[in-house]
Design a protein. Sequence first.
Length: 250
Amino acid sequence: MAAARRVVSRLRVIPMLMPSNTTVTPSSSSCNTRYLRFSSSSSPSSETTFLGWNKRVNKLPNIVKAGEPVLHEPAREVDPNEIKSDKIQNIIDDMIRVMRKAPGVGLAAPQIGIPLRIIVLEDKEEYISYNTEEETKLQDRRPFDLLVILNPKLKNKSNRTAFFFEGCLSVDRYQALVERYLDVEVVGFDHYGKPIKIKASGWQARILQHECDHLDGTLYVDKMVPKTFRNWKNVDLPLAQGCPKLGPRV
């Protein structure tokens, strides 16, 4: 998920939007050049193989864009015995650096061309400061430190939902209303291979759902309210008749 870098009118309501002065170079393939092109087959008999995971390259991987097969297919789980390996740690480090450079509040491994079930996320005071106090309260948004989760499994903990605009680093410069659960729980493994459980609500819960969707080959545009889809420059335009209002459902 992208994070706004500045306030532009109602853009404060869309803190996951890609900023207008940010450019992300498109990937030439569904796997970045720092990694070997992989087989897109999900069959166990054609297990994905990568080259370059044990080699450090200064250049960061590109963020791949919607349409690349890796973004539309389920990712595979990481072998827990490999979490501490250099190849997995290098991927995690790259993901964190790419997310922060974008800037974003979350990133999934498929977004850098790697079909593994890994997500990273964090929300900073800086990003939240672009909101008004009223908007931050409506979104139930609070800063949280960096989270690294491998093989996350998410379930909703209540039936409460809300509609807010979402953007994505793989679908930059656009956003739409998406309905998400307000309370979720995620279990998985941390950076060091230790089991973790995260209970989240509000905006953090939204980020977790957005990133976990990536691991199932789902983009926010697959769940959006279609008539709300818009270029970021048109965010001030009114929603079409019949579209839900921003905020929790009542």
